[in-house]
Structures are given as C-alpha cells and as structure tokens.
Design a protein around this ligand. Structure first.
Ligand code: ADP
Ligand code: MG
Length: 341
C-alpha cells in the first residue's frame, strides 16, 4: 500500500463540510483484513481514520468517541471543557488526574525547550485572534498578556493547580498529538493490524506496513508535496507559518508565537516536521523547533531522540541525520542542505 498523507490542515474540506462529515465505510478483504475508515471534525480540524483489522469498524467508532471526549477536556473554546474551567479559575484549583498528567508532560517539554514551547500563552494567542478576526495587537496588550503567561508561574500541590489570574492554558500545539497517543492505545486494544490516522497536521502510522508521507509545498497547493519519506510505527507532525496567518504590508503574521517577544516567530523557517513514536512529542516539538530555529531545533530533536525536517522560506531543506538518508526531494525548487552542527 502506498498512501500519501499530506501534513496539512484541510482548510478547504473544513469549509466544505462546515460541521461534520461522517461517512464511515467498510471494505472486506477476508475477516482479518477488514478495513474501515471514517472522517469527522473535532479539535478544530478534520480527522481521518483508516483502520485494518478484524474489528476495524468498531475501532473507528471508538477513535471518534475518544477524540470527541478528549476535545471536551482540552478545548479552551468549549464552555464546558475542563481546561476552560481551569482557565476561568476552578474554585479549589482541583483538576483530574488525566489533565494533571498532560500538564506535567507539557511542563517537561517547556523546560527542555528553554521556554520556546510554552502552553500558557493562551492570552497572547487570543490577542492575535488567528483563525477568527486576526489583527496586530497593541504592544501594551502584548506585554500585559506576557505578564500573566509563563509555565514557571504554575504551581502544583497534588491535583491542585495554582496559576496567575488571566493565564490561559492552551493545548493548541499539543492536543492533536495527545489524541494520537491515546488512539494508539485504542488500536492496540482492538487488535488492529494497521492504521493511518491524521488529526490535522499530526499523523499516526500504526503497524509495520510502510507508508509514504509527503511534506506539503508550503506556498502553494496543499495537495502537492516537496519531499517524502517512507515510515511505519511512528507519529509525524508539521507546524508551518502558512497555517492560520494574515499579511500586513507584505509581511506574514502567523500563529506560532515567540513566548519571549509575543510576536510571530520570524527566523526564516516556513515549516518544521518532527517524527517520533510519541504523538505529543512530535506535536509539541514541531512548534518548539520552529520557535528555536534550525540550530536550537536540531539540538532539541536530538535531546528527545526525534527526527526533524526544517524547511526555510528560501526553499532549503535541513534534516537530522537518520531522516536525511531516507528523505526524497520531489520538488526541484527545493535544495537539500547538509547540516553540520
Ligand atoms: P497547528 O495548530 O497548525 O497544528 P501547531 O501544532 O504548531 O500548529 O500549534 C500552534 C498553536 O499552538 C497556535 O495556534 C497556538 O494556539 C499555540 N502556540 C503558538 N505558539 C506557541 C508556543 N510557542 N508554544 C506553545 N504553544 C504555542
Ligand atoms: Mg504542534
């Protein structure tokens, strides 16, 4: 099977389906190789699950339920989610074990990235209002949002979380990866043979069968790839400055923010793709490596034992060692560069 998974939020499809596309279908190829697939909308993106295995039809239903439930915990745009309750200041600060576990994972990544990844910058993201009514915020408002942000300002006592008033926890950079890790458990428990599940720009490749993954052309057609690599049993996430962005006087303002300055990262990168067994690590690190730039991003990827591919605005491709030997450049406008640390 050669499936190309384009690492892209399918904006056009989102617009077309407006709310939910729920077309589940099942293909029989013998009892044990039964395949089922389902596309649905959650986590502010399109989710596509293709599963092969005896109970594949039940499995895609479980995946949909899992992601929908998870969104009900992590979404800060849902009135009833646990994160919204935390952001609004739950009276006693008590949160569930599940949310606590996620927060500890994110704190670890924030620390290791030196704060380049920071999941407490929701107030800042709100100011920029990407995806809704984007605008360049007032400098004083940016400073005020940064004052209430900063993962180091969170403190924990068992399940009790204390945070500054106005700090907004944002799983925007990690919810999709967390979903992939939990989906893998569903697949294991369902004895699935193989699966490809994409949650926006984060993809899980489950099973030993190799799948060709394409890195999308950042500037043009989302369906066109500039490079590809064959992968199995892993997760892949891409963060790009071409997502959720707007232009003012020819300058691009996008949704990956530098927690130090409060402004969109402007370091010559246009996308970063991270490959790792862990979904949450790929999702968080694609954002973190984008903020850190090539050198810092390479170091962080190495610290986590991940592979990473960096694409620059001037059409150069840099990659960590292992993926360098496996990647195929499919667009001659792009040049592969040997990276020497
Ligand atoms: P996408 O949402 O397109 O998958 P990312 O995974 O890179 O892209 O996540 C970007 C989102 O993460 C932003 O929309 C914002 O909510 C949040 N974010 C932006 N900058 C940072 C950062 N430096 N650290 C953590 N989260 C961030
Ligand atoms: Mg991410």
């Amino acid at each position: 099977m050669a499936v190309t998974v384009f690492l892209k939020k399918i904006g056009a499809i989102i617009a077309a389906v407006s709310a939910v596309i729920l077309i589940a279908f099942t293909v029989y190829d013998g009892v044990f190789n039964k395949s089922a697939s389902k596309d649905f909308f959650a986590m502010d993106t399109v989710i596509s699950a293709k599963v092969t295995g005896k109970d594949s039809d039940l499995c895609v239903e479980k995946i949909e339920k899992l992601v929908t439930d998870l969104d009900g915990i992590l979404s800060r745009h849902s009135k009833s989610s646990e994160v919204t309750a935390l952001n609004n200041g739950v009276p006693d600060g008590m949160i569930s074990d599940r949310l606590l576990g996620y927060l500890h994972t994110l704190i670890d990544i924030s620390r290791k990235s030196g704060g380049a990844f920071d999941f407490t910058i929701g107030a800042l993201s709100d100011l920029w209002s990407f995806g809704k009514n984007p605008k360049i915020p007032d400098g004083q408002d940016i400073s005020a949002a940064l004052t209430v942000s900063g993962y180091e300002k969170l403190s924990f006592e068992g399940n009790r979380v204390t945070k500054p008033d106005g700090m907004l926890i944002d799983f925007g950079a990690t919810g999709k990866g967390i979903a992939l890790d939990e989906i893998r458990t569903v697949l294991e428990n369902s004895n699935a043979k193989s699966a490809v599940v994409s949650v926006g720009g984060s993809v899980l490749l489950y099973g030993s069968e190799k799948v060709t993954v394409g890195i999308r052309e950042p500037y043009g057609n989302a369906g066109r790839s500039i490079a590809s690599v064959d992968l199995n049993n892993t997760c892949v996430s891409t963060s790009g400055s071409y997502e959720r962005c707007f232009d003012v006087n020819g300058k691009n303002y996008h949704h990956i923010l530098d927690p130090e300055t409060g402004y969109p990262v402007d370091n010559g990168l246009i996308s970063v793709t991270v490959i790792s067994e862990s979904g949450v690590i790929t999702d968080a690190l694609s954002t973190a490596c984008f903020v850190l730039g090539i050198e810092g991003g390479m170091n962080l990827a190495e610290e986590y034992g991940c592979e990473a591919v960096f694409i620059t605005a001037d059409k150069k491709i840099y990659a960590t060692e292992k993926v360098s030997s496996e990647i195929r450049i499919t667009d001659s406008d792009y040049t592969f560069m040997n990276y020497e640390s």
